[in-house]
Design a protein around this ligand. Structure first.
Ligand SMILES: NC(=O)c1ccc[n+]([C@@H]2O[C@H](COP(=O)([O-])OP(=O)(O)OC[C@H]3O[C@@H](n4cnc5c(N)ncnc54)[C@H](OP(=O)(O)O)[C@@H]3O)[C@@H](O)[C@H]2O)c1
Length: 270
């Protein structure tokens, strides 16, 4: 397998963004590893995958819009990525490219920082890529997941794919039927005044928002004001980065150094 000095990791996506770069490089520094991480904005997915092989790139994160398109070009998929149908991480070992989905691991670890998942009744808002990863992870961890989505057909499809219940539109959500609510809609992302279920929270709920800008979304602030346990989107993002660091380095991820780098970068961009 080709090798570089330093060891190169990176990400491919439509338009490059900096969070991957800042957090991964902070992790490598904290671990004392001679690794460097670069973000590539690319359109040519087969060409980018061939570059991983040709240049010996050790690990490649995959972001929108390439999470499905990379799949036919890989040598193997882990079970979670196969079930979700999306890859956000390519681990390159001995010339073999294996696709993983650490969004799923990230969501489960983030929720489990605040509460157990087994037996919990969770309302999942949204039916896009993030919702799909969260739905699969929460179900595997033993939660009873009900999907709510603005577009019914998409919500019903997600529920069917994973054997979940479809609860209807976001306006059909009733707090009394659930132990927790996870927002995986894009409502609230870079929209600090938007809470997609405003006025319908209750203090017994745990509340997670996948949206990570602002760090404390309107949903999270409203939930905290009521006394709910809250989990912001940076925790999901950090834990999915941790899954990648563990795959690319074989070492436990330095969570605190990574969290500081992520929060610094969000503050810099805000
Ligand atoms: N923290 C993390 O690690 C992490 C990782 C990935 C994504 N995210 C965040 O998760 C969110 C969803 O991302 P995604 O990749 O799943 O996007 P996506 O595939 O485009 O799905 C978007 C979802 O949001 C819904 N939606 C969009 N605007 C809405 C609105 N104004 N009101 C109600 N529903 C709305 C869509 O409903 P329809 O089906 O009706 O269009 C769909 O369910 C984003 O905020 C993203 O930043 C966070």
């Amino acid at each position: 397998m080709p090798r570089s000095i330093p060891t190169l990791c990176g990400s491919i996506m439509g338009t490059p963004f900096s969070f991957n770069v800042k957090v991964h490089n902070a992790a490598y520094r904290a671990l004392g590893l001679d690794y460097t991480f670069v973000c590539f904005g690319v359109e040519d997915v087969p060409g980018a995958i061939q570059a991983i092989r040709t240049l010996g790139i050790r690990g490649m994160n995959v972001s929108m819009p390439h999470k499905q398109a990379v799949i036919p070009h890989l040598d193997a998929l882990d079970d979670t990525a196969r079930a979700i149908g999306a890859v956000n991480t390519i681990n390159h070992v001995d010339g073999r490219l294996t696709g993983y989905n650490t969004d799923c691991i990230g969501a489960v670890r983030a929720i489990e920082e605040a509460t157990r998942l087994d037996g919990q009744r969770i309302a999942l808002l949204g039916a896009g890529g993030a919702a799909r990863a969260i739905a699969y992870g929460a179900r595997q961890a033993g939660a009873q997941v009900t999907v709510f989505n603005r577009t019914a057909a998409r919500g019903e499809q997600l529920a069917r794919d994973f054997g979940l219940r479809f609860g209807g539109a976001l306006s059909d959500f009733e707090a009394s039927a659930f132990d927790g609510v996870v927002n995986a809609t894009a409502a609230g992302f870079r929209a600090p005044d938007v809470n997609p279920i405003a006025g319908r929270l209750a203090p017994h709920l745990f509340v997670m928002d996948a949206a990570f800008i602002p760090v404390r979304s309107r949903l999270i602030r409203d939930a905290a004001d009521l006394g709910c346990r809250t989990i912001d989107g940076t925790r999901m993002m950090l834990h999915q980065f941790c899954g990648q660091i563990e795959l690319y380095t074989g070492q436990p991820a330095p969570l605190d150094a990574m969290a500081a780098a992520l929060l610094d970068e969000i503050a810099r961009q805000s």
